[in-house]
Ligand binder design. Structure first.
Ligand code: CS2
Ligand code: MG
Length: 421
């Protein structure tokens, strides 16, 4: 069997997705992968079209590991989010082909089911603690046992994770972020010319978040699992303070406290708190994860399968993590495509050390272009028992939604200096 064609399709059914379709010389046998990197889609698409696709033509799609090694090490210039996302797109499509060829779902090729479904979490936000409480209750009524809670912080209206409006809407689908302060130059996903600028300050944030969780525990009770995403914005000592102050509210985990560059600083957080920690959506390979896992500085590793080279890399990370009692919580936001969400769940239900899975409900238009995303039922995600990953591409529908230039927002402190968004 040989790869005959690699199609790279950039489509914008609400937001931009980069889809990799790998065709083979077996009639009708192809794989669908996702290579979406929010805000840098065309860089990944160009890399795939101009440099990677020619290397794949004529190769045996069954040899996933060899192709992975060739693309990772063979370019000499390795790693980085653009390359690792392109590699993920190819890897996910190749696993899809392998499953279809075997007549088996990918989870079966990964060792078979270890659980019936993947425990899922959704997002709840609001302008104040009462609105977050209402949205946590709505999520629970919808069947969620795990909810990520974020609340607006005064002075930072509109900012991701502390802005209120977006999180309130994100249980269904992310609405455009409109800014009430700062330079209003674009909204997320509108194809505007410049990234929107959001505001962020640590002190008000650190005052508000413990109050939110005190409120939630006293109103929604102890049973629902609560999570919170710091989005890499704190310094080590600020993160240690937050983790310590959140201890009485028993979070499922506190996510991505520090920038990905500062792995060693997790030691400091650990010295001060027993709040479980998750980290990794900006990691690019298993080597980024290593110190955090082997020193047991985190409890959940949450790499993005779509940005670390796909299933092949993620299953190795999971295997390393298993040795150190670290569980998985793969990144599952709306700005990665359905094929990555499906890859997440196939792996989740096959590995022994799965922890929890972040998820979104895709709008109808995404189902039209990329049918087959995992299905949510009573707190758990499921994939269809079909050969491969179960996600397809409707090329005619994709063509109706051409790429629109869009950036992720950027953040600045009140004095105007850059802070991590
Ligand atoms: C977030 C993401 O889901 C999460 O945990 O951190 O929404 C993240 O901001 C986006 O994927 C960035 O592209
Ligand atoms: Mg996050």
């Amino acid at each position: 069997m040989k790869i005959t064609e690699v199609r790279v399709i950039v489509t914008c059914p609400g937001r931009n997705y980069v889809v990799v379709k790998i065709l083979t010389d077996e009639p009708g046998l192809y794989g669908v992968g996702d290579a979406t990197l929010n805000g840098r889609e065309l860089a990944v698409a160009g890399l795939l079209r101009d440099h990677i696709a020619p290397l794949l033509i004529g190769r045996d799609p069954d040899q996933i590991e060899d192709i992975w090694q060739m693309l990772f090490r063979g370019a000499y210039w390795r790693s980085g989010p653009v390359q690792m996302t392109a590699l993920a797109g190819v890897d996910i499509a190749l696993w899809d082909i392998k499953g279809k060829r075997a007549g088996l779902p990918v989870y079966s090729l990964l060792g078979g089911k270890t659980r019936d479904g993947a425990l899922a979490y959704t997002h709840a936000g609001g302008r104040d603690a009462i609105e977050v409480e209402d949205n946590v209750r709505k999520a629970m009524e919808r069947g969620f046992r795990c909810v990520r809670a974020q609340v607006a912080v005064p002075g930072m209206e509109g900012t991701y994770g502390v802005g209120g409006a977006k999180e309130a809407a994100s249980a269904t689908w992310a609405s455009p972020i409109r800014l009430s302060r700062g330079t209003v130059s674009a909204v997320w996903g509108d194809g505007g010319p410049m990234p929107p600028i959001e505001r962020w300050e640590p002190s008000p944030y650190l005052r508000v978040v413990p109050k939110l969780f005190a409120h939630l525990r006293s109103t929604v009770g102890e049973e629902v699992e609560l999570l919170h995403d710091v989005h890499e914005r704190l310094t080590p000592i600020q993160a240690a303070r937050l983790a310590r102050e959140l201890e009485p509210f028993h979070l499922f985990f506190l996510e991505d406290c520090l920038r990905p560059e500062h792995k060693e600083s997790f030691r400091l957080i650990r010295q001060h708190s027993v709040t479980p920690l998750a980290m990794g959506e900006l990691f690019q390979s298993r080597w980024d994860c290593l110190p955090l896992i082997t020193e047991q500085l985190i409890d959940y590793i949450r790499c993005d399968l779509g940005h670390i080279g796909g299933i092949t890399e993620a299953r190795k990370i999971a295997a390393i993590a298993e040795c150190y009692h670290v569980q998985t919580a793969w990144h599952g936001p709306g700005d990665i495509g359905p094929a990555t969400h499906a890859a997440n769940v196939h792996l989740d239900i096959a590995i022994p050390n799965f922890g929890v899975q972040e998820m979104v409900f895709f709008p109808e238009v995404v189902h039209e272009v990329l049918p087959g995303a995992p299905n949510f039922e009573e707190g758990y995600l499921h994939v269809a028992d079909v050969p491969g990953l179960g996600v397809d591409l409707n090329e005619e529908a994709a063509a109706k939604y051409p790429y629109r230039r869009a950036y992720l927002p950027m953040a600045r402190r009140l004095d105007g200096s850059v802070i991590d968004w």
